[in-house]
Design a protein around this ligand. Structure first.
Ligand code: SAM
Ligand code: DTB
Ligand code: SF4
Length: 352
């Protein structure tokens, strides 16, 4: 491939190819992911979203990772659907802190007809503030997806979570196929798809491959791919599952970046258990979006201040480091050298 050529967007990945990527030497994998990342994205830019739990807990589903399922005793304060005004107040605060997208999540199997008018009002309110709006409300029928799209919803988040093979050991109350059907309803309604999964639930590499292949072989790649590291919550069936080797999580991000070059890859849940160096490696591997703000839906996220510090240390989103093409960069260097020569900063080492 020529350096100037972009990696193609493909949806015919084979398992052998995906496995080969996962098994590449770590440095080679990171290098390839970063090269592809730079073909499609600004290398020092990370999109920032804020999450809001608009309805918390008491969920009838049995997702084994989830503190919001009513089946597990997780010491969670449940909350009915928030008032529209309260949601919009949080949205305005998120915007003031720099979020460009406001994501609203509800612990539902699917939204009920009586909730829809409030949900639609929330979308309209967020859009009026000039932010992108995202929701995750569970299963959607065609007409519900259309109503959300008509209200202006930009993204719908609905995760596949893991491979089709491992899925049954994590969730029994909703099938993989139902999730795929919701995703196609979202697509047909004209919204952008946000779909990814969770690593560290006791799955093996084949399952991480299976998840990424399912996503990357969709007719259109999800525009946004959240990669969550399991947050182990006391009381859930996965509270004592073995830790995932951190490098395997970073590898999964790199493989997602390579297989879905144009998508945003979101470093989602689990950042409180990652140090700054690990997060930097995730960005290097191609992650270019995060959740910002002290809380995810019900669990902790890093303090806003520590994220600001991390971004400053890495010059992420800093205006002084506007991304420029190699050519423009070269021109700027030549220009600076000349200016410094003119100003007498350079001495001629050959002159005696
Ligand atoms: N109830 C809706 C649904 O499941 O479709 C929307 C909200 S649900 C909490 C959104 C996603 O959060 C899940 O699909 C899962 O991928 C992620 N998630 C939930 N609990 C998690 C945990 N403990 N660790 C990491 N990710 C988690
Ligand atoms: C996604 O993939 N991760 C976010 C968002 N989509 C809605 C949710 C993470 C939730 C982590 C557990 C919690 O805070 O309840
Ligand atoms: Fe309910 Fe969503 Fe949690 Fe599953 S992940 S238990 S559907 S809130």
């Amino acid at each position: 491939m020529q350096v100037s050529e972009k990696a193609p967007i493909r949806n015919n990945w084979t398992e052998a190819e995906a496995r080969e990527l996962f098994q590449m030497p770590f440095m080679d994998l990171m290098f390839e992911a970063q090269q592809i990342h730079r073909q499609y994205h600004k290398p020092n830019q990370v999109q920032v979203s804020t999450l809001c739990s608009i309805k918390t807990g008491a969920c009838p589903e049995d997702c084994k990772y989830c503190p919001q399922s009513s089946r597990y005793n997780t010491d969670l304060d449940t909350e009915r659907l928030m008032k529209v005004k309260a949601v919009l107040k949080e949205a305005a605060e998120a915007k003031a802190k720099g979020a460009t997208r406001f994501c609203m999540g509800a612990a539902w199997k699917s939204p009920r007809a009586k909730d829809m008018p409030y949900v639609l009002e929330m979308i309209q309110g967020v859009k009026e503030m000039g932010m992108e709006a995202c929701m995750t409300l569970g299963t959607l029928e065609q007409d519900q997806a259309k109503d959300l799209a008509d209200a202006g919803l930009d993204y719908y988040n609905h995760n596949l979570d893991t491979s089709p093979e491992f899925y049954g050991s994590i969730i029994t109350t909703r099938t993989y196929q139902e999730r795929l059907d919701t995703l196609s309803n979202v697509r047909e309604a004209g919204m952008k798809v946000c779909c990814g999964g969770i690593m560290g639930m006791g799955e093996d590499e084949r399952d991480r491959i299976g998840l990424l292949m399912t996503l990357a072989n969709m007719a259109e790649h999800p525009e946004s791919v959240p990669m969550n590291m399991l947050v182990k919550v006391e009381g859930t069936p996965l509270e004592n599952v073995d830790d995932l080797e951190p490098f395997d999580f970073i590898r999964s991000i790199a493989v997602a970046r390579i297989m879905m070059p144009a998508s945003s890859v979101r470093l989602s849940a689990g950042r409180t258990n990652m140090n700054e160096q690990m997060q930097a490696l995730c960005f290097m591997a191609g992650a270019n979006s995060i959740f910002y703000g002290e809380k995810l839906l019900t669990t902790e996220n890093p303090e806003a201040d520590s994220d600001r510090q991390l971004f400053r240390k890495l010059s992420i989103n800093s205006e002084q480091h506007e991304d420029v093409s190699d050519e423009a960069h070269e021109q700027a260097i030549l220009h600076n050298i000349q200016a410094e020569k003119d100003a007498g900063f350079f001495t001629d080492a050959t002159a005696s």
